[in-house]
Design a protein around this ligand. Structure first.
Ligand code: IMP
Length: 427
């Protein structure tokens, strides 16, 4: 019962789409377990480039069943447009399964996300504005709308009315916005119901049966470890658990079933939105990483903040996720630097600190302590094995591995599907 979790080891955008897609050919199910269309995967297949937000990237691999688990929040309009976009390009999406227990991102959740951010002004989280936080808030407050509610008009109406009772008070009285009419929301949601119905299934049962039948199941995290609501840089986080434990709750699979946890680790660091980022660069090196790495959000189009590799964060990701392996991505982006700084520890109020501090004030004051590693200038995009890499690139990878606490089992040397060096097989 090989069940693998694949997740971001930093602040998201580590190139998970490529890694999932690489495995997609040999896995039977690819499952998203949290987040929604705040995620963004770019997958390159041949000369085709696909940008996915909500759908699991396994949707591009024939033979693989893509699953949207109960822990995901689903914007039905985004789901349907992503599906029809793929269908127009000849991708068969008929195998998709969506949990009836997944929560729906309603139009009012999107409105609340946007007005709340505006209201916060300088203190904003920098959300993607897709309604993610408010939808999870409704779930926890027990006023959420689930996919299964779309198939009972009376229950749907009652639930939407109950949710809007409180929200309209806030929208009109606090934010000075117009109230949202419950009947319009219900009508819109019912308009999606029949189109989504063929995909709705008891995904928990299906996935557990698949594991019993020795199928390969891959759980694909959105965002990244440092954006986790519990283990990330709270409050500058997303509203779900991208960390490994989230795969269990977000898909209904017990922890004893998980055999491998792979952390996707970019060879440098990026972050979108607000919040602390010790190795962030504000100089031409940061600009170069952004330009060479194409560091612009797939979902929001925002420029990503860029900085050097941070081994303190990688070690933390190893710990909170129980990582068994790393997939190091975008090593090619670092080609051309004479020396590459790597953050090995922090200096906080004059003291050297080796591990991520739990105190947010300490983390906000953390200054990176750098070790300089020699760079390389050779093109590495054609490298097929570790020994094809220039000596200094090999040494860079080995140093990162030692500092990060888990073996680096694959290395991305270019955006294409085949531009990957596999060191240890994931299966
Ligand atoms: P939200 O998920 O839209 O609520 O945004 C919360 C924080 O998570 C913001 O800083 C976003 O920029 C960040 N975020 C959300 N999704 C992603 C992602 O897929 N990659 C990187 N950052 C993300």
């Amino acid at each position: 019962m090989p069940a693998l979790v694949l997740l971001g080891a930093q602040w998201g955008d580590e190139g998970k789409g490529k890694a999932t897609d690489l495995l997609g050919g040999s896995v039977d199910y690819v499952v998203r377990y949290q987040g929604g269309n705040n995620a963004g995967h770019t997958v390159v297949v041949g000369d085709q480039k696909y940008a996915l937000h909500l759908l699991p990237s396994g949707i591009l691999s024939p033979g693989c069943t893509p699953v949207i688990g109960n822990g995901v929040v689903v914007d039905p309009s985004v789901l349907l447009s992503e599906l029809s976009g793929l269908n127009e390009r000849g991708v068969d999406t008929s195998k998709l399964l969506i949990s009836g227990n997944a929560h729906i991102i309603t139009p009012y959740n999107v409105t609340v996300d946007k007005v709340t951010e505006r209201f916060l002004g300088k203190r904003k989280i920098g959300t993607t504005g897709r309604g993610i936080g408010p939808t999870y808030a409704d779930k926890i407050n027990r006023v959420g709308i689930r996919v299964q509610d779309l198939y009972d008009e009376s229950i749907l109406t009652q639930k939407v009315e109950a949710a809007l009772d409180a929200k309209n008070q806030i929208l009109t009285k606090l934010y000075n916005r117009r109230a949202i009419a419950a009947d319009q929301v219900v009508e819109e949601l019912l308009g999606y119901a029949e189109k989504i119905k063929p995909y709705v299934a008891d995904t928990v049962l299906i996935l557990n049966q698949a594991l019993e039948d020795d199928k390969v199941v891959l759980f694909e995290g959105g965002q990244g470890t440092l954006l986790d609501i519990d283990h990330g840089t709270y409050p500058f986080v997303t509203s779900s658990n991208p960390t490994a434990g989230g795969a269990c709750t977000g898909a209904g699979v017990g922890p004893t079933k998980i055999s491998r946890v792979i952390g996707i680790l970019k060879a440098y660091t990026t972050r979108v939105g607000s919040g602390p980022f010790p190795t962030e660069l504000f100089d031409e090196d940061g600009e170069a990483l952004r330009r060479i790495g194409g560091e612009r959000g797939v979902t929001t189009g925002r420029d990503r903040r860029c900085g050097w590799f941070d081994a303190v964060i990688a070690r933390y990701a190893t710990r909170v996720n129980g990582l068994t392996d790393f997939f190091l991505t975008k090593l090619d982006v670092l080609t051309g630097w004479e020396e590459i700084p790597v953050c090995v520890a922090y200096e906080i109020d004059g003291k050297r600190v080796e591990e991520l501090p739990y105190s947010q004030s300490d983390f906000h004051h953390a200054k990176p302590v750098y070790e300089m590693l020699p760079g390389w200038s050779e093109d590495i995009s054609k490298a097929k094995s570790f020994s094809d890499l220039p000596k200094n690139a090999q040494a860079y990878v080995k140093a990162l591995e030692e500092m990060s606490g888990a073996p680096i089992s694959a290395i991305g040397v270019g955006p294409g599907r085949d531009e990957t060096i596999e060191i240890n097989s994931f299966l």
